[in-house]
Design a binder for this molecule. Structure first.
Ligand SMILES: Nc1ncnc2c1ncn2[C@@H]1O[C@H](COP(=O)(O)OP(=O)(O)O)[C@@H](O)[C@H]1O
Ligand code: SF4
Ligand SMILES: [Mg+2]
Length: 387
């Protein structure tokens, strides 16, 4: 299909209504207001191109051989210093798998990852020392702060390990000074008291602050935050997001911020990328994605977000549930639910279309494949590695 064909398949009234509808913000009033968008400048610090991940399941079927979960298909993204990219999608859309490939906890089935322009996958990048050097720069914060801390060890232990491992503290005195400074930076004060405590003596928010301090102790350039506030009480989510935002500016950290809550994506991140069933559907400035979503799935997500002002009769309609990723739909995986699906949508996944002002989508409704900026051939793809 070419660009001219799009008029024949333009979104329906319901989809148009969803495109222009403002979204309510579940964060406190006044939070998350639009800011002037500045596109990323300079070179990305971390970049992934054409990343695929398939998990081979242990069970064999009597007929048909081994089953495979097609968790991520052909995802590319770039992170820049001092900026955040939010990755948004429902549960099971492949967000954590993508983050874990960047954290090098999972080896991509294919695709490339580059840190500061240098490819990091392959035999040379997978030695113990190469992985350690990589993790010195790229740290992950997990959803469950209780699971990421060992209940038998104190806060001091948790923060001293990265300081020693990465040679940031050589003496006990340096170590104590740095731990106290880290606790101060994440607003756990008085730091002298918190250094002695054990995970069970801390609240959920305090534990997540320790987990953030643990990541900061390494002095990374990139933080991959996988739903860092979704398990915390609503009343403290904003405090933790604000702490992370302050650190982003002070340290010029590059963030990948994973969330299923599109309003916190807008609050936290300059840019947003939407995933569905392992495929990347739409991306661009967070405000544009929320105020003028173009992809039918983004419109569905926004329509489903809590909004007391929205009459129920204008909800965007989509049929069905998220598909199994063992036998995903062909082509655009959203096609069984999409009210605009066309025959071509079942045949193949559309290339990326540039919509202007930094927004782009993978959807035949908007033509296909006019986006030259999406072709980042700088990273040599790696073939079939297995975790
Ligand atoms: N280690 C694994 N083995 C097999 N399947 C997995 C594994 N991790 C994730 N998956 C599957 O991959 C898909 C994407 O999961 P995930 O990345 O956790 O999604 P999200 O973070 O968006 O909820 C899901 O179908 C999930 O069941
Ligand atoms: S490409 Fe996907 S989202 Fe776009 S019209 Fe086809 S099925 Fe719908
Ligand atoms: Mg997840």
């Amino acid at each position: 299909m070419n660009a001219e064909d799009t008029t024949m398949n333009s979104p329906t009234e319901a989809a148009r209504a969803a495109e222009t509808r403002p979204i309510a913000n579940p964060l406190p009033a006044g939070v998350g207001a639009a800011t002037t968008y500045m596109p990323p400048r300079g070179a990305p610090v971390l970049e992934g191109t054409h990343l695929h991940k398939q998990f081979a399941l242990r069970q064999f079927r009597i007929a048909g051989g081994q089953q495979v979960v097609h968790a991520v298909e052909n995802a590319s993204l770039a992170l820049y210093p001092g900026r955040a990219l939010a990755l948004v999608g429902e549960s099971g859309s492949g967000k954590s798998t993508l983050a874990r490939m960047f954290a090098r906890l999972y080896a991509p089935t294919s695709g490339g990852i580059a840190f500061e322009g240098q490819p990091v996958l392959g035999a040379m990048g997978s030695t113990r020392s190469a992985l350690r050097a990589y993790r010195r720069q790229v740290q992950m914060i997990f959803q469950d702060p209780f699971a990421s801390l060992n209940p038998v060890h104190s806060v001091r232990y948790h923060l001293s390990r990265p300081l020693r491992l990465y040679d940031h503290a050589r003496t006990k005195r340096q170590e104590t000074e740095q731990i106290l400074a880290l606790l101060d930076r994440v607003s756990l004060s008085p730091a002298e008291q918190f250094i002695q405590k054990y995970p069970h003596q801390l609240s959920g928010g305090q534990r997540q602050r320790v987990a953030i301090a643990q990541a900061l102790a390494v002095r990374p350039k990139v933080i991959l935050a996988d739903e860092p506030v979704s398990m915390l009480d609503v009343s403290i989510r904003l405090d933790i997001l604000n702490l992370m935002l302050a650190l982003k500016d002070e340290e010029q950290l590059a963030y990948l911020f994973i969330t299923h809550d599109i309003a916190s994506a807008r609050y936290f991140a300059e840019d947003t990328m939407i995933m569905y069933a392992g495929q990347v559907m739409e991306g661009g400035p967070s405000d544009a994605i929320i105020q003028q979503p173009k992809h039918p799935y983004t419109q569905l997500l926004i329509s489903a977000a809590p909004d007391p002002d929205r009459p129920t009769d204008v909800q965007f309609q989509a049929r069905g549930e998220i598909p199994s990723l063992i036998t995903p739909p062909t082509g655009c995986r959203f096609h069984p639910r999409c009210p605009h699906a066309m025959p071509v949508c079942r045949e193949r996944f559309p290339d990326r279309t540039d919509l202007g002002n930094g927004q782009w989508t993978h959807c035949f409704l908007y033509g296909e494949g006019n986006d030259t900026t999406s072709t980042q051939a700088s990273i040599a793809p790696t073939a079939a590695q297995h975790s």
